[in-house]
Design a protein around this ligand. Sequence first.
Ligand code: GAL
Length: 849
Amino acid sequence: MGSCAAMAAGFGLLLFLAVTTPFCFGANVTYDHRALVIDGKRRVLVSGSIHYPRSTPEMWPDLIQKSKDGGLDVIETYVFWNLHEPVRGQYDFEGRKDLVKFVKLVKEAGLLVHLRIGPYVCAEWNYGGFPLWLHFIPGIVLRTDNEPFKAEMKRFTAKIVDMMKQENLYASQGGPIILSQIENEYGNIDSAYGSSAKTYINWAAAMATSLDTGVPWVMCQQSDAPNPIINTCNGFYCDQFTPNSNNKPKMWTENWSGWFSSFGDPLPYRPVEDLAFSVARFYQLGGTFQNYYMYHGGTNFGRSTGGPFIATSYDYDAPIDEYGLLRQPKWGHLKDVHKAIKLCEEAMVATDPKTTSLGSNLEATVYKTGSGQCAAFLANVGTQSDATVKFNGNSYNLPAWSVSILPDCKNVVLNTAKINSVSTITKFVHQPSKDDTTATDAFGSGWSWINEPIGISSDSAFTKPGLLEQINTTADQSDYLWYSLSIEMKGDEPFLEDGSQTVLHVNSLGHVLYAFINGKLAGSGKGGSSNSKVSIDVPISLQPGKNKIDLLSLTVGLANYGAFFDTRGAGITGPVQLKSSKNGSTIDLSSQQWTYQIGLKGEELGLASGTSSLWTTEPTLPKNQPLVWYKTTFDAPSGSSPVALDFTGLGKGQAWINGQSIGRYWPTNIAGNSGCTDSCNYRGSYSASKCLKNCGKPSQQLYHVPRSWLKPSGNILVLFEEMGGNPTQLSFATRETQSICSRISENHPLPVDMWTSDDETRKTAGPTLSLACPLANQVISKIRFASFGTPRGTCGSFSHSRCSSKMARSIVEKACIGSRSCSIGVSVNTFGDPCAGITKSLAVEASCT
Ligand code: GAL
C-alpha cells in the first residue's frame, strides 16, 4: 500500500525508521487538547502555504525543498475548484493543476500536507474558487443551507477526497495528508445568512466527516465548529485564541506573513521581527500548529486573480519570494525560530503551559515536566521600552515586542527581535531591450500587430433592451463586454447647437470602462480595491446623422470575499446619459436597444497563441493606440535566474508567452501617495496597512515569466493592449542577488545551531556573524563593507561611525573571501576594542560570484 511503516516492518527496521524518519508512516492521526497526535505522539508542527497553481511544476521541488530547509514540517494548500472543474463535470488536473503530483512531491521531500479543500477558499482567487457555472444552477444560493449548492459542494469535496484516497495520499494510508479543511472563515460572515448558517455549517461538518479520510478536519474562524471538527484561528496574531472545546488543540491556520497587493495600491510588507514575535507568542501560550499564509505566494497567472483589482503578483512578502528566491532575513530568521521552538518540543507536548507575570507587559511561560524537562518563553509585549527581567534567579534583557526562548529554562537560544540570519539584497538586472532607436536582440524579429475592432464584430453579438449586468452576461468567459448603441442625431438637438458641449455620462459597477465615440477613444475610468464602481463624464462631439457609442466594460478579477460576494455585480448598469453642458438637458440612453458582444474578436480568433495568419507588420507599427494585439519573438535571457517582463511603456492588458497567460498587466495603475513608510516600526500590532512601500509608483511593473515556459530561442510573446502603449519599450529582467549582509551585536544570542546548555562550552562561544552565498556554486568574492564598533545604517547602506575597529575589513576578508560561507566571532577578542564601555556590533556587506 505504499505505507512506510509496513515497508519498514518488512525489513525489520521499524524502530530505526521510527526514530530517524518521523514522517514516514501509515499513520494514525488524532488530536487531544494539546496537539495533533501522530502515531500516538503529540507533535509541535510548523506549516507553510504554497498554492500549487501559483507556480509551475518545475518550480515545485525547489519550493518544497526550501520549505523543508526553512524548518517546515507541513505544506498547506487550498484546492481550487474553478481550476479543476471549469465546465461542470469536466475535470482538469494537468500541469499547474496537477494536485496529486504536488502532494506526492511534498511526500517525497518527507513533509506532511494540510489539504484545505474548501471548496470555497477566498485566497484572492477569482470568485473565491467557485466555478461560475454554480451561479447559474436554478434555485442555488451559495454557502448556505441550500440543496442545489450542498449537492455540488459535496460532489466536488468527495471527488477530491476520492482522488487522494485512490493515490493513498492520506496519512492513514501511508500518505502525507494529516489534516483537511472544510469551508473557510464562514464564521466571519455567517450572520448575514441568518439561522440557515448554523444548519449549513453542521451539514458541512457531517458531510466532511462522512467522507472518512482517517485524518482530522478543521474549520477556520468558525467558533461554533461542531465536534469532531477543530476550530482554528486566522490572523496576524493568534496567541489569545482558544478552541471551542477542552479536547481540541490550539491551531493557527493562517499567520499572514505579509499581505496581498492590489492594482492601484502600495505594497504591504511585514517586518520579520513582528512575524517571529507572533509565532513565538503562539507557541508560548499553548499553540502547537502554526501555518504561514503564505510561505511562497507566487503569481496569479491567467485570469485567476480575485478581488476585484488583485494584482498579478501574489508575492505576499512571504519568506520565499514570488520568483522562488529566499527572502532574507525573513526566511533565515524564521528558520532559527523554528529550530528554537523544536528544541522545546518535548517539554511542550508533555505538559500544559504555566504563565506568570514578571511585571507590566512582561510574561514568563514555563513548560515543566515531572521528569525534569523544562522549556521557557519570556515575553515583553510592551511596544516602547526594553526591559530587564529576573527569571529563576537570572536576569534577562528583553527588547520591546519580543520573545526569548529558553529550551532549558535557563539559557536563551533566540530572541525574536535579534536576527542572526544573513540578509540579502536582490535586484532585477535588465537585459538589453529594444526601443525606437537602438536595435538589440531582445526582441529579434520585431513586432507585428492586429487591430481589435472597436465595437461589435462577432456573429454571436445580440441585442437587448436596457443595460445588462456584466457577470451574469459573460459568465466570466472573458474580461470584456461591449455595450454598443447607434443613435441618430437629427441636427436640431440642443447638443448639436453651436458652442454646446455634449457630455457622455456613464455609471458602472466596475471595474474598468473605455468609451468610444464614432470609433475614437473618448474617455475611460477605473475603480479601485476599495470601491470598484466607475463613473465617467466625458466631453464628446456628436455629428448629425448616425453616431456610434461603443462602451467596453472590463472586469479585473471577480470578488472573493464577504457575505454573498458571489452576487456582487459588475458592468454598466446605468444610467448612460447624454447631457448638454449648456442648457442642462439630458437624454437617457439606459433603456435603449443595446447590442452586446461578450469578449474580443481576438479572443474568438485565438490570437493569444500567436499562430494566426492575420498578423501584419504593415504599414507601420501602431503606438499609443487603444485595442491593439502585438506579437514578437525573442530568445530567452541567458543564465538560469528567474525571469520577469518589465512592462514599461504599456498601459493595461494581458500577455501570453508561447500561448501561456502570464496574467493581466497594468503598469499605468499607480499607487497612491500616502501611507508609505521608509522603515516600519515592527513594535506594536501589525495591520495590513501599517507597513507600505512603493507609493506613487506602479503597483506592478514586473511580471513573472516562469523559466520553464521559455525555450532558448524562438519564443512567442503576444500582448493585448487596451489603453494604448509602445511595445518596443518592453524589456526582460532577471532576478539576482546583489549582495549579502549581516549585523550582529555583542549581546546577540549564539547562532541557534551552536546552542548548548553546557555552561563550559557556552563560556568559550559567543555571538557569531555568519554569511553564506545563496547559490551552491557561488563564493564570497568581495567585502563591500565591514565595521566592528557602532556602524550606522541598514543592510545595503551601512556606514562607519567614529567607533570602528581598524582591523575589521582585513579580518573579515581573510575569513570569507573565496568561501561560500564564513563565520566570525563578534568580540573584542577578535577585533580589539575601538570604544570601551559601549556595546559593539559587527556589520558586513559582501558580494557573491
Ligand atoms: C483570509 C482567507 C484567505 C486569504 C486571506 C488574505 O481571510 O481565509 O483565503 O484570502 O484572508 O490573504
